[in-house]
Design a protein around this ligand. Structure first.
Ligand code: HSE
Length: 399
């Protein structure tokens, strides 16, 4: 019997508690021993809970209890999740988490402590919620050099964009809907400004490259400037706009961005709708592999957290090798030489556009014109936009 603790009894924490209880025999069969929740840490009172005796407000109860071998950190945020996680690892307990902010910010340090203490620090639920993606990326694709990752990593923004495309809702109306449905983070800025997706692509790129990819250095744009005019132009160009966490890895360098990208309807990512996530990973041997499923939500996320607890129980005496190291040299490619095609929306005439670039016009209505460019760097795109003088948006195309 492995005694476990849950830190944080919010949406995901209560899901973890439920799965451990409701699927107890299946979990025991897979872990090789039963998992029993000994503590739930939360600052709130749960006096009416049937298992109210499990609740504590004092983290030291868990740290000092040598019987507890596995801890789920599902509190979210950086502090005190960082301090608590560190204390648990230092005390020789394995920690599993859904906290992408913590993993993207302090993952390298926490993985180092886990290695030193010969325990596990696992975080499958931090990217793609219930979708198995980190473990397949690390293990099942271990024979590949991963060359590219392109993912719809944030359900809230995917929901908003989907509503804009299918129901012609404005950005603000679609955001209000997402909030009413409980999809958006408490502070929706993390979703709509791209920070949540940035943390997730940083984790994916770190695992794919084997070295830490600094989330702070990933160029991050959200979807706040996408308008219904962009939607019309994208539809006319035969595709959709999705918020993409993008990374490519070549010659030991990692280039990464988070930005709205135009995706043709024949690309698999164009069909990831609503709050779902989809992650397209390219390996040099396997080619393209697609991961799809529920990227958020109580039970999907808890499903991945509990699976990590099961794995920690199985690997209690031998560490599960999943993670990355600090890079010895600067591995970040600033993208200055990276070329993408662009979908440009402007108020120029077709003649003005054709005078500057040999391209296909895809939309021309009521003075709004859209066209797609040849592949060019961001600087070249800015130069073209400056020359046109009436550009309203330039969206990279995912080819
Ligand atoms: N706010 C996040 C999303 C939750 O919308 O995807 C899951 O990380």
């Amino acid at each position: 019997m492995a005694k476990v603790a849950i830190m944080g009894f919010g949406t995901v924490g209560s899901g973890v508690y439920e799965i451990i209880k409701d699927n107890a025999s299946r979990v025991a069969e897979n872990a090789g021993e039963a998992l029993e929740t000994k503590y739930i840490l939360d600052i709130r009172d749960f006096d009416d809970h049937p298992d109210k005796h499990l609740f504590t407000k004092d983290v030291n109860d868990i740290i000092n209890d040598s019987e507890v071998s596995i801890v789920a950190e599902v509190m979210g945020g950086l502090h005190p999740a960082y301090e608590f996680t560190k204390s648990m690892l230092m005390a020789g307990k394995s920690v599993v988490t859904s906290n992408k902010e913590l993993v993207a910010t302090y993952g390298t340090e926490l993985l180092g402590i886990a290695e030193e203490k010969n325990v596990n620090y696992l975080f499958e639920a931090s990217v793609g919620g219930g979708i198995p993606v980190l473990r397949p990326l690390s293990r099942c694709l271990a024979a590949n050099n991963i060359t590219r990752i392109a993912g719809i990593l944030n359900g809230t923004t995917n929901y908003i964009l989907y509503e804009m495309f299918t129901n012609n809702k404005s950005f603000n109306d679609a955001l209000a809907d997402a909030q009413a449905n409980g999809y958006a983070e408490r502070n929706p800025a993390a979703d709509i400004e791209g920070h949540d997706a940035c943390r997730k692509i940083a984790i994916l790129a770190s695992l794919a490259s084997g070295v830490e990819v600094d989330a702070e250095r990933i160029s991050t744009e959200g979807i706040v400037d996408i308008t219904l005019d962009d939607v019309k132009c994208a539809e006319a160009a035969g595709g959709v706009i999705k918020l993409i966490g993008y990374a490519d890895i070549a010659d030991g360098k990692v280039y990464s961005h988070v930005a709205p990208m135009f995706i043709k309807n024949d690309n698999m990512l164009s069909g990831i709708n609503g709050v779902f996530n989809g992650i397209l990973i390219t390996g040099d041997a396997v080619g393209d592999v697609m991961f799809y499923g529920a990227g958020a939500g109580k039970l999907p996320t808890a499903s991945a957290v509990v699976a990590d607890m099961v794995d920690s129980a199985i690997h209690s005496s031998r560490r599960k090798l999943i993670g990355w190291k600090k890079p010895e040299t600067d591995i970040m490619d600033d993208g200055a030489e990276k070329s993408f095609r662009y979908l440009i929306r402007c108020k120029n005439t077709e003649q003005e556009i054709m005078a500057l670039t040999n391209t296909g016009i895809v939309y021309n209505e009521n003075g709004t014109v859209a066209f797609t460019t040849e592949a060019m760097t961001a600087k070249e795109c800015t130069t073209l936009s400056d020359k046109l003088g009436k550009v309203e948006s330039a969206i990279r195309i995912l080819d």
